[in-house]
Every structure is written in structure tokens, then in C-alpha cells.
Write a protein that binds this ligand. Sequence first.
Ligand code: C5P
Length: 225
Amino acid sequence: MSAPVLTVDGPSGSGKGTLSTIVAHHAGWHLLDSGALYRLVALAGRKRGLDQDDVEGHARLAVTMDVRFGVEHEAERVLLGGEDVTDAIRTEEAGQDASRVAAWPPLRAALLERQRAFAEPPGLVADGRDMGTVVFPDAALKIFLTASAEERALRRYNQLKEKGSNASLSALSREIAERDARDSARAVAPLVPARDAEVIDSTGLSIGEVAARVIELGRRRALWR
Ligand code: C5P
């Protein structure tokens, strides 16, 4: 492995994305939002008009799709084949699509190289479901972030509302439960903590408190100051 890696895994709405962004910023490390890659494959498949069950076609797209992650006016932008799809991949529907294709072993295998290429000096914060178990098993520090199902649904609800979409809390709770069940039950790379992961339950904690705890864990391992 070419650079130290911090992995942050956990279910939807546990605060992984925000935590990863804060810690990457603190350490001056690169960031991998692996969920975005699964969302992008599903979206690329739709744009190409691929059959919903075309596993090989989607696996090919995982390798060939032209993706760029950038920052514009301090906000993250995601480009697919030059088109800005930042908002299109963030809908709950895109999350469901991602979770469906993410259960296919050939597609997960096709994304491995792409994800590992993000591990460049000075270091990488990798956010996902299987970062510590499959993609970066030798990571220097592994976090598994959880929160109660109620709190995760509420956080997602507030996030979507902030972006101007009028989500329903009960529908979101149902969708999140469904997605978690599928992610946890799948045969390949299911959502489970790595054996050597630090498990943090963020229920009732602010994201600042969680970040402070993780930054301290990294400090103790001399990953950053
Ligand atoms: O994290 P995010 O909600 O963007 O992930 C969308 C979906 O992609 C998840 O529900 C999961 O099915 C899949 N995923 C995965 N492995 C990862 C990251 C995401 O299977 N490392």
C-alpha cells in the first residue's frame, strides 16, 4: 500500500460522509466516497439504457466510465462523462439503485482497482461499507460508525430537506431499513465491522464530538498531528 489509509464504514445516515470530510481536511489527506462510485455505475447504466439485470454490462461501465470528482465554490462536484451529476446521484432513488447493483460480485470486483488507486500520499480517508473489510484490509485505522435507525432516518430527512427536496420521514425510514437489510445480508462484502475496527455509536453525539474522537485515535497512532 502506497499511503496510510483511514477507513470509515457503516450504514446509511450514520454520518460517515461528514466525518470523513472533516478528518480528511484535518489530516490534509485525499478522500474516497466509494458510495458515489456505486451510485455512478447505476446512473451510467440508466443513461446507456442498459438492462436492469445486465451484470456484465454494468461491470464494464465500472471500469470504463469517465468520472471526475472536483470542488467548485467549496462544494463537491461529480462529473460523469463531463456532465455534472452531483445532485442526480444524491437522490434516495439513486441510493436504492446503487444498493441493487452493489450486490453483484463482478461489479464489486471491477471497482476494486479504481478504489485502491485513491490511496496516494500523504494518505486517504475511505468512506463506504467494505473499506476496512475488503478494499483496504491493511488500513492504519478502521472506524465503524453506527447510530440508531430512527436517528439515521432523521439525519437523512434533514439533509434532503436542506437540499430542497420534500422527503417523507416515514418513507425514508422504510427505504433506509430496506437498503440496510440488503447491504447487510448480501453474500459478498456485506456491511459488517472489520474485526480490528473501532466501533463508534454516534446516537446522541454531535458530528464534532465524533470527529474529535477519531482525530484523537489517529493522533495516538501517529497518523497526523
Ligand atoms: O454511502 P452511499 O449511501 O452513497 O452508498 C450507496 C449504496 O452503495 C449503499 O447502500 C451500498 O449498497 C453501496 N455501497 C457498497 N459498498 C461501498 C459503498 C457503497 O456496497 N463501499
